[in-house]
Design a protein around this ligand. Structure first.
Ligand code: APR
Length: 244
């Protein structure tokens, strides 16, 4: 790991533009559970029951119970040193930095990252199924049938579920930063969910150097020029320290 950290730091010192793709692993050390447990369940639920349009049509109350539990969990946690290291990296690169996250926990913004694209939405936001208004509700408890304050339509979580497309504008911005960066840092993602995971081969094909940070090898590893295998809350601060 030490050699790889030195190589990554050397590369980043010469880099001009950095794009970071994060997944659930970066929040694991904060106490937010990752998704892909070996039983294929999310906290006892089948993914298609709580995170798909069909599941929503069948039982919106169950979906809200699931998301309210996740909101309550996130209300009890804090960003960890991995999140803060990415704030420091952004400070270094300024406008030549973009953080694309699949996470909906909002911990990057809470840590102080500013150039963030939450491509899968946010646990903190609701969307009206009638008037489409997106509202920031923080992490307050919402009950299992919340209504739109404006039109009394049914609210849903403002989250991209399986079988749904990503918001066009946000996805385009993510594609552009992955295509134009010279360094892509891939942190704490299994890289199995598309289109998010396709940012890795896209950046690679456009000539970027790919640095992976994870506790284990993943679907992204085949594209990685440098692998930093260890917990992101330890590896990222070490990397930033070496950058000086
Ligand atoms: N440090 C670094 N990596 C870690 C750590 C850690 N402390 N703990 C776990 N990981 C890694 C795991 O090895 C795994 O590769 O984090 C990854 C988590 O993978 P997933 O649970 O599949 O999460 P993610 O890749 O973010 O999922 C993508 O799928 O479920 C949907 O929409 C949801 O955004 C999510 C998307």
């Amino acid at each position: 790991l030490n050699d790889a950290l030195d190589r990554a730091a050397r590369w980043l010192r010469a880099a001009k533009s950095v794009c970071v793709l994060t997944g659930a692993g970066i929040s694991a050390e904060s106490g937010v559970p990752t998704f892909r447990a070996s039983d294929g369940l999310w906290e006892g639920h089948r993914i298609e029951d709580v995170a798909s349009p069909d599941g929503w049509d069948r039982n919106p109350a169950l979906v809200w119970q699931f998301y309210n539990a996740r909101r309550a969990n996130v209300a009890t946690v804090k960003p960890n040193p991995g999140h803060f290291a990415l704030v420091a990296l952004e400070d270094r690169f300024g406008d030549n930095f973009k953080l694309v996250t699949q996470n909906v926990d909002g911990l990057h913004l809470q840590a102080g990252s500013r150039r963030v694209l939450e491509i899968h939405g946010s646990l903190r936001q609701t969307r009206c199924t009638v008037c489409e208004a997106v509202t920031n509700r923080g992490l307050e408890p919402l009950g299992d049938a919340p209504e739109c304050p404006q039109c009394h339509g049914r609210l849903r979580p403002h989250i991209v579920w399986f079988g749904e497309g990503l918001p066009d504008d946000i996805w385009m911005e993510a594609m552009v930063s992955a295509s134009e960066c010279d360094t892509l840092l891939v942190v704490g993602t299994s890289a199995v969910v598309h289109p998010a995971a396709s940012l890795v081969p896209i950046a690679r094909r456009k000539g970027a150097t790919v640095i992976e940070v994870n506790i284990t090898r993943t679907e992204a590893s085949a594209y990685a020029d440098i692998g930093l295998y260890g917990p992101s809350g330890e590896v990222l601060p070490k990397l930033l320290q070496r950058l000086g």
